[in-house]
Design a protein around this ligand. Sequence first.
Ligand code: FAD
Length: 412
Amino acid sequence: MSDTAQQQIVIVGAGHGGGAVAASLRQYGFKGGITVFGTEPIPPYQRPPLSKAWLKGEADAASLALRPPAFYDKADISLRLSTTVTAIDRTAKTVTTDSGETVGYDWLILATGARARRLPIPGMDLAGVLELRTAADADQLKAALGPGRKLAVVGGGYIGLEAAASALALGATATVIERESRVLARVASEALSHAYQTAHRKRGVTIELGAQVAALEGADGHVTGVRLGDGRLVPCDVALVGVGAVANVELARDAGIACDQGIIVDLAARTSDPAVFAVGDCTWRPLPHYGRDFRLESVPNALEQARQAAGAICGRAPAAPEVPWFWSDQFDLKLQIVGLPFGATHTVLRGDPATESFAVFHLADDNSLRAVEAVNMADAFMAGRLLISKGSQLAADKICDMSIAMKDLAQP
Ligand SMILES: Cc1cc2nc3c(=O)[nH]c(=O)nc-3n(C[C@H](O)[C@H](O)[C@H](O)COP(=O)(O)OP(=O)(O)OC[C@H]3O[C@@H](n4cnc5c(N)ncnc54)[C@H](O)[C@@H]3O)c2cc1C
């Protein structure tokens, strides 16, 4: 590694990716200055529990932290919280903050994440209409839930379904309102969607499918219900709008860095400017196992790209690309997804969804495995990860034969 002691790295965004890249830089031996700017007032923390264990009261605030507070001082990482970077000057190699400060860099790493998508409908500004992206959002949601409270969730995606499950655990009721004909329509197979609809309904969540949301209605400035396109009102004390996220690319785009639906990076997490890297939810990245680019919103992706960027800066040989993976916890259902269904033409089921332990295998025409959605079936997830990374082809009759152990499917 070249001598890095005189170099300065600025990281924009103190979330999962920003925190991880700072730690990886030190782990890989970077000796120079590291400054992390973050809009939020707290050190890097994990967002997944915000809709799960933390919302249910099963995890305390300290357990959300990515690293103990003392880590940053010890690692000589300067955390500049409650500070937003407002501009990048790539010629001068400086960033400017909202307090007007200008800070120079040798390497710049953008880890600006994504923000909740807003719906262009009346009532979005009523009190009690919430989104769930930050710890502050989760505080508000948790305070609004409890026995007898009514939660309406607009959007049947992962965050909305997790919040609905957590609301029930807190004694509240939950109605999930989804525009499409099934929940998780954008991100999961039909079999998985139907299993989750059944599981939620069985446990007491109301699900409205094919339901347009026309407006959020309120009294005295506070939400009282969600008006549907067909005129019906779903009454609520609190409405959570979970209709996806938009990458925070504006800072990069304004600085002339190439962007698509995220900041365009290569497999070293490098942007169109060789001195600027980007990691996490804000990136539009190559997926070598699928021969295309995509934007991922997951912790494993943020961690992989953090290692890619830190490794490139520290002159390490690039690691083999990982197969993307993701998880979601709802009630006692542990969903683990590995891979993406790009190029898949058919699915094969292993196990019976009625038992709430099953997996959906996504295969291409040549029977090569593209993705596995595993519910309470960890061995299918583990084997799927290996099989996808090896480009393995699988026989459908073997996948669905429960007498063949997953580890034997994984043997070529
Ligand atoms: C409720 C919830 C549940 C989730 N559950 C799962 C899960 O189960 N499994 C999973 O894999 N993933 C899950 N995710 C997604 C996962 O948390 C994200 O993929 C991950 O946090 C991405 O890290 P990031 O650093 O890219 O973005 P973030 O963690 O969002 O961090 C970005 C940070 O940058 C800051 N920022 C933005 N612009 C600026 C600026 N100009 N100046 C300074 N700071 C700035 C933002 O304020 C933010 O703090 C969940 C996300 C949420 C919100």
